[in-house]
Design a protein around this ligand. Structure first.
Ligand SMILES: *[C@@H]1O[C@H](CO)[C@@H](O)[C@H](O)[C@H]1NC(C)=O
Ligand SMILES: *[C@@H]1O[C@H](CO)[C@@H](O)[C@H](O)[C@H]1NC(C)=O
Ligand SMILES: *[C@@H]1O[C@H](CO)[C@@H](O)[C@H](O)[C@H]1NC(C)=O
Ligand SMILES: *[C@@H]1O[C@H](CO)[C@@H](O)[C@H](O)[C@H]1NC(C)=O
Ligand SMILES: *[C@@H]1O[C@H](CO)[C@@H](O)[C@H](O)[C@H]1NC(C)=O
Ligand SMILES: *[C@@H]1O[C@H](CO)[C@@H](O)[C@H](O)[C@H]1NC(C)=O
Ligand SMILES: *[C@@H]1O[C@H](CO)[C@@H](O)[C@H](O)[C@H]1NC(C)=O
Length: 837
């Protein structure tokens, strides 16, 4: 045993020795450093920021001007002060276009210093900055009071050029003081990280776009770009310490070891690892054992990638130091023994990646190091560095096909050679983000010998939650053999086709145990389909909800791409509204269906660590089971894919024209609120029972949204209600319903309610329908408004229930109609009121 270890250790030692002289410094293929608005080049720490006045990659536009800072003294004390002496000001939408030599990951760094100018007050400027693919800054306002603002993004560029757009807000200007577009090593961000809340593995980070929000050197001074091989800045941690008295700074001047394949100076400079914050010496006998916590203010509603950098520079011997790490008070890793993770070595670089979601309503992100509760461990703990990156700053997709050619060059020529984790349809589609990196992309990864070093180190203690995960497919659904599905569908009998979509055909099938299923068979020739197929089989099994269509299994035998879903007896909602001779649904049935689908969407948006945006909400994608229970279907699969740049738009326009969020269309920026918009259109369909676009009608009637909103805004929605239900809708219920639809259809996403709010408002509309039944209770509305705190409570209960995925006790509750809960509350409240009277 001991011998094996010894040999392993020796092998590793030789391995390290072997590679120690091979490490080629990273040379960025693209390296644009620009001093904007300047007439002269500016050199900062041997990096030349080129004047942009005469350079060709500034798109010709009449809308930009240069400005000099007339009070240079205002910046003299700042770092890189000479970058802030000039600015380029944009009075209208303008762009820079940078030729990209090597597609793949890049840093985009933006520097702003808002000085007073006789023509424009930059302090009050407000603007957005975007690339072809992503919105980097939306309605950004620089910090006032002569302070600089610095923004850094990690983006994938899959084009031959990068277009950086500056768009001023109305009555404002945009400006930029300096900027950098610099290639980044492809393997700096790994594809997987541990999800703190669920302890699951987050996959797909390689395709994410990030904004770097905090980068800290613990226990030591600020590290300037010139001391970092990637010109990064590492700030001191002091101001973020919640209680500095329980922390202590330590430093170390001996050697720091990187592990080839797992870390390098590009991970972080040695300076970061040679200092650390540790738990201040504590007297355990008197119970004086404290956690050290750093607290950060972050934007809510996003996931964050948190990278902790460690290097045991305090232990005198192996296995001396054990500690725990927490993020937002949740355990991230416990009983960390850095010396064991580093295969029995000290002062070796280790980092761990975690994904945490910061839900809306909270702006706090805290990172804590605390003593281990392991017996005999002296209470101590350390942290050397910390990076916090906001995930998903993204917009529309990019083409991976167009980038494959240059990838080959990259693989041959790049020192890191790891370009090309190709950026499928980047990021607009949250669902895609969870997709694993497929095998065939492995060829562009670093050579396996390097990976070997990596895995050896990290695998030696997998329980710590390090960044490498080899587990895949652990929670995908049941795998069918093709024979079973041939039998179930009578060998894909055309007579059993119940739907045809971009992906392929959907067949009705019956399994041997007589369970009815819907069998969706993808076209095996479509590469796009393959990506979507994997997205769906990995995403769907994790999403279990009464109001989402369940995936029963899949089949990938013989290159088939088949998905097997529960069969929905009553088909889609649209066919029950118009275009068929199915019996009309009553108003209450329609409301229940709206409530059910809203609940399904609300779950998609909030039920997992990462919001999932459906993107194709329409009445044809809301399916009904034999009891008319609504289930949302077709998520993740409908579009996406490499040729997004072209097909996506036209597919979306064809398939969902009339439902498309105009803001998404304008800005190419997808949020949950786009689903809310589409849902608003569905609500109008439900009330008017007509197609969303009907070119046979008069011009003002063609578009259901325009037409419906005209009547709604006039307060006359009742005039256009489906005549089959007009008689049984209570006016207040209709009014509420109309108001919700109108809010959902607001022009700007920020003005639209969340799906959770839509949900409880629909419950309210249902309640109005029910309570009004008794004419004696005319002031039920007043009662309802008085119990609004209780409604709030229900809605937060609903939220927490929705988040309790997979917990059966909570799932049981989903069968309980929320409207029943409401009526109980309302009754309780009116009883109480009567007593008071
Ligand atoms: C600035 O540097 C660039 C690239 O090094 C060079 O081509 C250009 O002539 C310089 N411009 C000035 C004004 O010195
Ligand atoms: C900025 O200053 C330079 C010389 O310092 C001058 O040539 C240029 O005209 C000034 N630009 C503006 C917009 O004032
Ligand atoms: C620019 O705007 C800021 C904030 O409104 C104000 O404090 C400052 O005085 C303004 N400066 C000028 C020159 O108008
Ligand atoms: C450690 O040093 C840094 C930089 O000098 C400082 O910001 C921080 O407050 C120090 N921490 C403690 C606990 O003294
Ligand atoms: C810890 O506290 C106890 C009680 O105050 C004291 O007797 C002991 O000397 C302290 N130990 C250290 C290491 O400070
Ligand atoms: C450290 O913080 C974690 C998470 O909040 C908590 O569970 C633990 O009890 C704390 N430990 C100490 C010693 O305060
Ligand atoms: C965030 O931190 C601030 C300051 O410590 C605190 O007042 C606030 O309650 C925290 N918010 C949440 C949601 O935890």
């Amino acid at each position: 045993m001991a011998e094996t270890f010894l040999r392993l250790g020796l092998l590793l030692f030789l391995f390290l020795l072997n590679i120690s002289d091979c490490c080629i410094a990273f040379t960025p293929a693209d390296n644009y450093l620009i001093d904007c608005g300047s007439l002269t080049n500016t050199t900062i720490d041997r990096r030349v920021f080129v004047a942009d006045t005469s350079l060709s990659w500034r798109l010709k536009t009449p809308k930009d001007i240069t400005a000099n800072n007339t009070r240079p003294s205002s910046v003299s004390s700042l770092d890189s002060a000479s970058l802030y002496l000039n600015a380029r000001i944009f009075t209208g939408a303008s762009s820079y276009s940078f030729p990209i030599r090597q597609q793949g990951k890049h840093f985009i760094r933006l520097f702003f210093f808002p000085f007073d100018n006789q023509d424009f007050n930059l302090t009050t400027s407000k603007f957005s900055v975007s690339t072809q693919d992503s919105t980097l800054l939306l309605n950004f306002q620089p910090l006032p009071d002569s302070t600089t603002s610095f923004k850094e993004f990690l983006v994938n560029i899959a084009h031959d050029n990068l277009i950086l757009n500056f768009v001023p807000a109305r009555n404002s200007v945009a400006f930029i003081s300096a900027l950098e577009v610099v290639s980044m090593p492809e393997n700096l961000i790994l594809d997987t990280a541990q999800i703190v809340k669920t302890k699951g593995t987050f996959q797909g980070l390689a395709r994410e776009q990030f904004e770097m929000v905090y980068r800290l050197n613990m226990g030591g001074p600020k590290i300037f770009p010139e001391s970092d091989t990637l010109s990064r800045t590492w700030h001191a941690d002091g101001v973020f310490l919640v209680d500095a008295s329980v922390a202590k700074n330590v430093s170390y001047s001996g050697p720091i070891d990187y592990v080839k394949g797992a870390s390098s100076p590009e991970t972080a400079p040695k300076l970061v690892y040679s200092t650390a914050a540790v738990l201040a010496s504590q007297n355990a006998t008197v119970g004086g054992v404290f956690n050290v916590t750093w607290k950060f203010s972050v934007e809510s509603g996003f996931n964050y990638l948190v990278r902790m950098h460690f290097c045991d520079i305090v232990s005198k011997a192996l296995n001396e130091l054990y500690f725990n790490a927490y993020i937002n008070s949740l355990s991230a890793a416990s009983n960390i023994d850095l010396s064991a993770i580093a295969s029995n070595s000290l002062h070796t670089v280790i980092f761990m990646d975690f994904v945490i979601d910061v839900p809306s309503g909270s702006n706090n992100l805290s990172v804590t190091i605390g003593p281990s509760n392991m017996n005999n461990a002296d209470p101590d703990g350390l942290l050397n560095g910390l990076e916090i990156m906001k995930m998903g700053i993204s917009g529309s997709g990019t083409s991976s096909e167009s980038s494959s050619k240059s990838n080959i060059g990259a693989i041959l020529g790049g020192a890191f050679g790891a370009i090309a984790v190709l950026i499928l349809a980047v990021v607009i589609f949250c669902s895609i983000r969870r997709k694993k990196v497929k095998k065939h992309e492995g060829k562009s990864f670093p050579p396996s010998s390097i990976n070997g070093g990596n895995s050896h180190i990290l695998e030696s203690k997998p329980c710590v939650g390090t960044t490498i995960s080899f587990r895949q497919n652990t929670d995908t659904g049941y795998r069918f053999s093709i024979a079973v599905l041939q039998e179930a569908t009578n060998n894909f009998d055309e007579n059993l086709v119940i739907g045809v979509g971009g992906f392929g055909k959907v067949y009705k099938g019956v399994l041997r145990d007589e369970m009815k299923v819907a069998v969706k068979r993808g076209n095996p020739k479509s590469q796009q389909g393959l990506n979507e197929f994997h997205t769906e089989i990995e995403l769907l099994p994790r999403l279990r909800h009464r109001h989402l269509v369940s995936l029963i299994g899949y089949c990938d035998e013989r290159n088939e791409m088949i998905l097997v879903y529960e069969y929905m007896e009553k088909g889609n909602l649209r066919s029950h509204l118009y275009g068929s001779d199915l019996p009309s649904l009553t108003w209450k049935q329609r409301l229940e269906i709206c409530i059910g689908s809203a609940r399904g969407l609300h779950y998609l948006h909030t039920g997992s660590v990462k919001a999932i945006i459906h993107r194709d909400v329409k009445s044809a994608n809301i399916l009904l089971d034999e009891n008319l229970v609504a289930k949302v279907s077709d998520f993740g699969l409908s579009k996406t894919g490499p040729e997004l740049g072209q097909t996506h738009v036209s597919t979306a326009v064809k398939g969902s024209f009339g439902y498309l969020d105009p803001e998404y269309f304008r800005r190419q920026q997808l949020t949950e609120k786009s689903d809310v918009y589409s849902f608003g259109v569905v609500m109008l369909e439900v009330i008017c029972a007509r197609p969303v676009i009907d070119p046979t009608l008069t011009r003002e009637m063609v578009n259901l949204k325009e037409w419906g909103m005209t009547w709604q805004q006039r307060g006359e929605l009742d005039q256009i209600v489906d005549p089959r239900i007009a008689g049984d809708i209570k006016p207040n219920s209709l009014r509420k319903f109309g108001e919700i639809a109108e809010k959902c259809l607001a022009d700007f996403g920020v003005e639209r309610p969340s799906m959770g709010d839509v949900l409880w408002n629909l419950e309210y509309a249902m309640q109005l329908q029910e309570t009004e039944a008794d004419d004696a209770e005319v002031n039920s509305i007043n009662n309802i408004s008085k119990i609004s705190p209780q409604i709030e409570k229900i809605s937060s209960f609903e939220r927490s229930y929705d988040r309790g995925i997979g917990s059966t006790s909570l799932n049981d509750l989903s069968d309980m109609s929320m409207s029943r809960v409401f009526s109980q509350l309302i009754k309780a409240d009116s009883r109480h009121k009567q007593n008071l009277d």
